[in-house]
Design a protein around this ligand. Structure first.
Ligand code: AHM
Ligand code: MG
Length: 343
């Protein structure tokens, strides 16, 4: 695909289908190619709905709650329907799980020809941001099922078992970022051709950073190691770290992780005395994002354990999340370790 920029310079980009044709190797390549082409379609369809904004009258709350007791936005349900309808036709997906639905979804027999893959997703992450026109995203994770008719137990695999993970960011432009365990690549949706083009090959997270992202209003509820880390960041040049830090909080994990992929940083939603196990969900938020972050050279921890090694106990289970630039995440994990030794 050839794009002319304002100065009429010509740049050639490859589109996502051409990229996947060459990039996907091994036993899952045919299945992944097909499943991902549906995921891509779903994300394009979600982009259209998001871009229409208030024009469709869908910016409000529904009055219903999801399984986590959170108020559902109309767009949570609309995007969930789009994702399910678009991604159940490939013949490869045997089951799905969504943030918005209590139970896992079994795909009907006639839509499950070769299906032994599981698609887990959060259709609209950060949806509290939609009516204020701030970036939101879709997060997804793909697992292999050992069962053609998957049950809940088939979904409960550690993040290390993921064969693909990705997110779409509906920001100033729509981007799709994904990994199949062989690096991280980012694509920008070209609105003229309606194609995702490879604009960010082999994304890497800087090992060091001077930027953190956390909801500071929860400070008094955090545990000591997180307070210590943030205190030191705030002390800046005058403290032990001897450098100043910057802070960002979009309240959209997808936007936050995307920023970290572009310019480094750490993102934290730790455990606190209100929620105990954190806010974010392991299976369709923390795991896929951890897979991407690790594949880009970053790190991801609960504070005491690598997130990808957490043994899941429930499809909607929550987990403390700290991920991003490797040296900072190692420091945060060391503070947790030091605290548990002092106990
Ligand atoms: P959601 O899946 O219900 O949108 O919640 C997840 C979002 C994350 O994107 C974001 O990091 C976090 O919730 C923001 O939480 P808070 O409102 O406490 O700052
Ligand atoms: Mg969400």
């Amino acid at each position: 695909m050839i794009i002319h920029n304002q100065e009429n310079h010509v740049t050639t980009f490859i589109n996502i289908s051409e990229f996947l044709k060459h990039h996907l190797q091994g036993e899952h390549s045919v299945a992944l190619n097909t499943i991902l082409s549906d995921v891509i379609e779903a994300c394009k369809n979600i982009t259209v709905v998001i871009d229409k904004g208030a024009l469709t009258g869908n910016m409000g709350n529904l009055g219903s709650e999801n399984i986590q007791g959170e108020v559902q936005k109309a767009l949570d349900v609309i995007t969930d329907d789009i994702f399910i309808k678009t991604c159940q036709q490939s013949g490869y997906v045997a089951g799905m799980a969504s943030e918005e639905l209590v139970d896992v979804i079994e795909i009907a027999d006639n839509n499950r020809k070769n299906g032994q893959y599981l698609l887990l997703f959060d259709p609209l992450d950060g949806s509290s941001n939609v009516n204020v026109n701030i970036s939101v995203g879709t997060i997804f994770s793909i697992l292999k099922s050992s069962n053609k008719k998957p049950e809940l137990s088939d979904f409960l695999q550690a993040g290390t078992e993921q064969i693909c993970a990705g997110y779409a960011l509906y920001g100033t432009s729509t981007m799709l970022v994904l990994t199949t365990g062989n690096g991280v690549n980012g694509f920008t949706l070209d609105v003229d051709s309606n194609e995702f083009l490879l604009t960010h090959p082999d994304m890497q997270i800087a090992k060091d950073t001077q930027e953190f992202a956390i909801n500071m209003s929860n400070y008094r509820f955090w545990r000591e190691p997180v307070q210590r880390y943030i205190d030191e960041c705030l002390q800046g040049e005058e403290g032990d770290r001897k450098k100043d830090f910057n802070m960002r909080w979009v309240a959209s994990m997808v936007a936050e992780i995307h920023r970290i992929l572009i310019r480094g940083g750490v993102f934290m939603y730790p455990t606190d005395s209100k929620s105990r196990s954190g806010k974010l969900r392991l299976m369709y938020e923390a795991n896929p994002m951890s897979f991407i972050v690790e594949q880009a050279g970053g790190a991801s921890t609960t504070g005491t354990q690598r997130i990808l090694e957490v043994k899941p106990s429930g499809i909607h289970q929550r987990v403390p999340v700290m991920m991003g630039s490797k040296n900072e995440i190692e420091r945060i994990a060391a503070y947790h370790q030091a605290k548990s030794k002092r106990k």
